[in-house]
Design a protein around this ligand. Structure first.
Ligand code: 6PG
Length: 255
């Protein structure tokens, strides 16, 4: 197993959510101590829901320096914020309305304009925030990802052109469930993060996780997540890890 790869297995989805929230908090404090801010990008989907809720419910215990947190999204469905498919809308409902993060430090992906225009606008947002040149690439302190049963991550779906993108930071795609137009960060952004944390929960992810973590062929989108300099953590629960060989996982006791 690569030196920068860590697999943590929690007993159940609740344990996974707790651990995910603690990783967020620790990463935030370390980033703020190191460079005065925490630039993080979150994914959508159902897996991170409970973790996100804990970011709100346990914010004082987690000691998250919200005044120094800059929140971005990994991907977004191009729907209105109040649509249940909206990743930003889900985060807002889960924790954003109950934590003291300054409004101007929250960067939702623009789902209300055309996908192409939204991708260009978000790319400019990222360039402005990280003070990048036309060819510069951002380094997020942390990026939280999920994985689909088909091995997709972010909104990078198998067989799509977006997987080959090496210059643009954000692209417009269509696919996934729901099968709608989406915006997604690209590999040049995702793979430069200082810490990439995958969350995967439940038996339905066991098969794809076995393929992703065991297969030598790097053909699935989630397998192409290979940090340039950062750390890669797979945070799983027992059900999701149930097909992994014993020696692959450092089982973390809950709590
Ligand atoms: C999205 C997500 C996507 C998600 C996976 C897993 O917007 O759909 O970013 O990449 O992480 O599809 O989704 P679940 O957590 O719902 O299984």
């Amino acid at each position: 197993m690569a030196a920068n790869l860590q697999i943590i297995i929690e007993d159940d989805p609740m344990g996974l959510a707790h651990r995910g929230a603690r990783i967020f908090a620790t990463s935030a404090r370390e980033s703020v101590n190191r460079n005065g801010r925490f630039a993080v990008a979150l994914s959508g989907g159902s897996t991170p829901k409970r973790m996100n809720e804990m970011l709100g419910e346990e914010t004082s215990r987690l000691k998250i320096p919200w005044d120094k947190v800059y929140l971005f999204w990994v991907d977004e469905r191009c729907v209105p914020e109040n649509d249940e498919a909206s990743n930003y809308g889900a985060a807002k409902r889960a924790f954003l309305e109950s934590v003291p993060i300054p409004e101007e430090q929250i960067y939702p992906m623009p789902g209300e304009v055309s996908p192409e225009a939204g991708a260009l606008r978000y790319q400019e947002n990222i360039r402005d925030f990280f003070h990048l040149t036309e060819t510069g690439k951002p380094i997020f302190d942390a990026i939280f990802l999920g994985v689909g049963k088909d091995g997709h991550t972010a909104s990078l779906f198998p067989g799509q052109k977006a997987l080959e993108e090496r210059e643009r930071l954000v692209v417009a795609v269509k696919g996934g469930e729901p099968n709608v137009p989406r915006l997604t960060l690209t590999y040049p952004v995702l793979n430069r993060a200082r810490h990439i944390v995958f969350l995967a929960s439940g038996k339905s992810k066991a098969e794809i996780l076995k393929t992703i973590l065991e297969s030598k062929e790097m053909r699935l989108p989630a397998q192409k997540i290979q940090p340039v300099n950062g750390k890669l953590t797979w945070l799983l629960d027992q059900d999701a890890a149930s097909l992994l060989p014993e020696e692959m996982a450092r089982v973390v006791s809950a709590g």
